[in-house]
Design a protein around this ligand. Structure first.
Ligand code: ADE
Length: 264
C-alpha cells in the first residue's frame, strides 16, 4: 500500500489516474490518492494564492502562506513520508528514482502553477524533481507521471509479480522486438527463430536484439550494462553487422581493449 497526497490548485486535472490499472489498484486498496487544494488555505477575501515578485519581473509567484498551511495541516506522517516539489529545476526523475520512492509509505507532491513559487516554499520539500528538460505549465502532469511510474512498482498493482522487474529501464537494456500471431501479416514475417521452439536460441536472439536496440537507440545507456560472458560473441556479430557505424568499432575497442603489455 502506498499513499499519494497531491497539493494542487487543479485536482480535476488528475482524472487520468481514475482509469485502467491505477483505477483497479485504488479499488483493491493498494494505492490511495488524496488531493488537497491549497486554495482552501488562502486567507484573503479573494482566496489569492499568488502575487507579484519582489524586484519586478514577469508573471505571478505562488505565495508561501497557503502552501505552508496546507502542509502543516496534513495528518501526522508515518515513518516513511517524502515531500516532493515538482519543478524543472529538480533532479531528473528516472526508473531508479521511481524504485526508491516506491519504498515509501506516503509521497506528498507539491504542484506549482503559473510562473513559479516563492523561494521559501522549497523548505517544505525533502527533494525537488523534474520529469525532463522542458517547462510545463504546472507540476500536475509531472506528478501524474511519477504517481504512475511509482504505483506500478507496488506489488499486486500489475498482474504478474515479475512484469515490473523485466521492463527496459530496470535492466538498463531496451526490450527486444516482440510479436504475436499471425506469423505472416500481409507478408511481414515473424523472425523464424521465434517459431522454432528452440528455447536457448530464442533467448540468445532476444539478448542480441536488446543489445542492438540499445546500441542504436540509446548508446548512453550502454555504460550501465552488465555484460555476460556470452555477450562478447553477440557483440562481435553486431559490430560486423553494423560496420557502417564507426562508433561501434570504438565501442568494441572500449569493451574489449587489447590486452595491456606488462611493464618489464
Ligand atoms: N513544472 C514545470 N515544468 C516541470 C518539469 N519539467 N518537471 C516537473 N515539474 C515541472
Amino acid at each position: 500500500m502506498i499513499q499519494f497526497t497531491v497539493l494542487t490548485l487543479f485536482p480535476e486535472m488528475f482524472a487520468p489516474l481514475q482509469e485502467s490499472i491505477l483505477k483497479r489498484a485504488q479499488e483493491a486498496g493498494l494505492v490511495k490518492i488524496k488531493f488537497v487544494n491549497f486554495r482552501d488555505y488562502a486567507t484573503s477575501k479573494h482566496k489569492n494564492v499568488d502575487d507579484v515578485p519582489y524586484g519586478g519581473g514577469a508573471g505571478m509567484l505562488l505565495k508561501p502562506e497557503p502552501i505552508f498551511a496546507a502542509v502543516r495541516d496534513l495528518p501526522e506522517p508515518g515513518a516513511r513520508r517524502r515531500v516532493i516539489l515538482l519543478s524543472p529545476q529538480g533532479a531528473v526523475f528516472n526508473q531508479k528514482k521511481a524504485e526508491a520512492l516506491s519504498e515509501q509509505e506516503e509521497l506528498v507532491f507539491i504542484c506549482g502553477h503559473y510562473e513559479g513559487f516563492d523561494e521559501r516554499i522549497r523548505e517544505l520539500a525533502d527533494e525537488e524533481l523534474s520529469i525532463g528538460d522542458y517547462v510545463l505549465t504546472g507540476g500536475e502532469l509531472a506528478a501524474m507521471v511519477m504517481i504512475d511510474a511509482v504505483a506500478r512498482l507496488i506489488p499486486g498493482v500489475l498482474g504478474e509479480d515479475t512484469s515490473a522487474q523485466e521492463d527496459s529501464h530496470s535492466i538498463s537494456l531496451l526490450e527486444y522486438p516482440q510479436y504475436t500471431r499471425p506469423a505472416d501479416f500481409e507478408g511481414r514475417q515473424v523472425p523464424e527463430v521465434l517459431l522454432s521452439g528452440h528455447h536457448a536460441m530464442i533467448k540468445r536472439w532476444q539478448r542480441k536484439e536488446s543489445l542492438r536496440r540499445t546500441f542504436l537507440r540509446r548508446p548512453d545507456l550502454i555504460k550501465a550494462v552488465i555484460f555476460a560472458a556470452e555477450d562478447y560473441l553477440i557483440l562481435e556479430e553486431l559490430v560486423l553487422e553494423h560496420e557502417e557505424i564507426a562508433a561501434w568499432q570504438a565501442l568494441w575497442q572500449h569493451l574489449c581493449p587489447p590486452p595491456k603489455r606488462r611493464r618489464k
